[in-house]
Design a protein around this ligand. Structure first.
Ligand SMILES: Nc1ncnc2c1ncn2[C@@H]1O[C@H](COP(=O)(O)OP(=O)(O)O)[C@@H](O)[C@H]1O
Ligand SMILES: CC(=O)N[C@@H](CCC(=O)OP(=O)(O)O)C(=O)O
Length: 383
């Protein structure tokens, strides 16, 4: 961490943790008023001693308008308006009180999940912009900071599609799983273990966490056998060979336990080995379920691009039971990519995971909303 001394014209010399921009007089004054400028926070804040911020890293606060600092010449010429300033300042105070209240209300949830293992599956469709990824990473780091242990398992279907298209390799899905020949599985491993895994690791590390990327192959975490799909064709059940698509049959989660005992946040790509050394493409939901079961996770969160499981009318079902899942699947209401998710949920619950939630990973702070607020999000499935 770089420390420095900054000379502020109006307040003399103060110690700051990180110099974010050259300090300007206006900024220092505004900050002191609880007002506009937030990009440099000095240790001249209002904590009573002993204060954790003294001599420590000083974080930038979000800008709340910054009207003074960026005023146009016309606005600068505007006559002072004390009433407007008071109104603005009161609104800011209300914002901060709301933030403090939210933190305070999180206490019972932080207590409930203290020391808990939470497996989070980040689907390819839920990976949005760099900004959304940064938000997700920050939430994950926050969890770890609060002694809630995340294990990230990711997908990347759309990114695999794109790479296969560029390489002119055709691809099809059966029951939500990609039929994978040898060429396809090679691309899948490159995209998942290479590009996507490292993107997530980098985002978490940038947010201040210590993420470690691995796949199902590392430390033999997940040993697979060939997966087969059973589909209905012309009223008869037909078994379909999916190629190198794996179903986890043997788990060795010691490596994850080691990470969880430390500061590390594991990020797992759903690629695994078979007993004969072959490489298998594992559906991300299936991999996340197997890991959640092996870790006896308290929660499995499946982040996708819809609000949750919907009924035939397209309405969100906030809570469903395993028999309802089976009914909806038989009726064809649960289809495509939702099948591996709900199937994973049922298997994970059978294997001792306490509850599974399917939720929209594109919604801001979806994970925090689900875990640490009364609001909850998505569809909760439990036995
Ligand atoms: N009953 C249902 N409720 C919600 N989504 C459904 C349902 N049936 C099928 N789906 C589809 O499942 C998709 C999610 O699966 P998928 O595309 O594989 O997501 P991800 O890439 O996040 O794993 C949704 O976008 C939706 O189109
Ligand atoms: C066998 C199988 O279907 N594997 C998936 C693995 C990635 C994945 O699951 O990605 P999403 O979570 O984004 O769907 C695939 O090849 O697309």
């Amino acid at each position: 961490m770089r420390r420095g001394l900054v000379e502020l014209e109006s307040f003399g010399t103060v110690r700051v943790g990180r110099i974010l921009r050259p300090a300007r007089r206006r900024g220092a004054e505004d900050d002191h008023r609880g007002g506009e400028r937030r990009d440099l926070v000095t240790s001249g804040h209002s904590c009573q001693s002993p204060c954790p911020l003294d001599g420590e890293t000083v974080f930038p606060r979000p800008s709340l308008g910054n009207a003074g600092a960026r005023a146009t010449p016309r606005a600068r010429a505007r006559a002072p308006d004390p009433e407007r300033d008071v109104e603005k300042s009161t609104a800011h105070t209300r914002d901060w009180i709301a933030t403090a209240r939210t933190l305070s209300e999180a206490l019972p949830y932080l207590q409930r999940y203290d020391g808990a293992t939470i497996v989070i599956k980040l689907g390819g469709h839920a990976m949005g912009s760099e900004e959304a990824m940064a938000d997700f990473a920050r939430d994950v780091v926050l969890m770890k900071q609060c002694n809630v242990h995340p294990i990230i398992v990711h997908g990347g279907g759309p990114m695999i599609n794109e790479m296969l298209r560029r390489l002119e390799i055709r691809s099809e899905f059966v029951e939500g799983k990609r039929v994978s020949d040898a060429a396809t599985v090679e691309v899948v491993e490159m995209v998942l273990s290479g590009r996507i895994n490292k993107r997530i690791v980098q985002a978490i590390n940038t947010a201040g966490g210590k993420a470690v990327g691995l796949s199902g192959k590392d430390a033999n975490l997940m040993i697979c056998e060939k997966d087969l799909a059973t589909v209905l064709r012309d009223g008869a059940e037909v078994t379909v060979d999916l190629g190198f698509v794996g179903k986890p049959v043997e788990m060795h989660p010691e490596v994850l336990h080691t990470f969880l005992r430390s500061d590390f946040i594991p990020v797992v790509a759903p690629v695994a080995m078979g007993r004969d050394g072959e490489t298998f493409n594992v559906n991300g939901d299936t991999a996340a379920g197997a890991i959640a079961a092996a870790m006896k996770a308290d929660r499995l969160l499946l982040l996708t691009d819809v609000a949750g499981v919907k009924n035939a009318e397209g309405e969100l079902l906030t809570q469903i039971t395993p028999p309802q899942v089976r009914e909806l699947t038989e009726a064809g209401v649960i289809a495509g990519g939702m099948i591996p998710k709900t199937q994973t949920a049922l298997d994970a619950i059978d294997d001792g995971v306490r509850a599974v939630v399917i939720l929209d990973g594109r919604a801001p702070h979806a994970v925090l909303l689900e875990l640490f607020t009364a609001h909850g999000a998505g569809t909760l499935i439990r036995g």
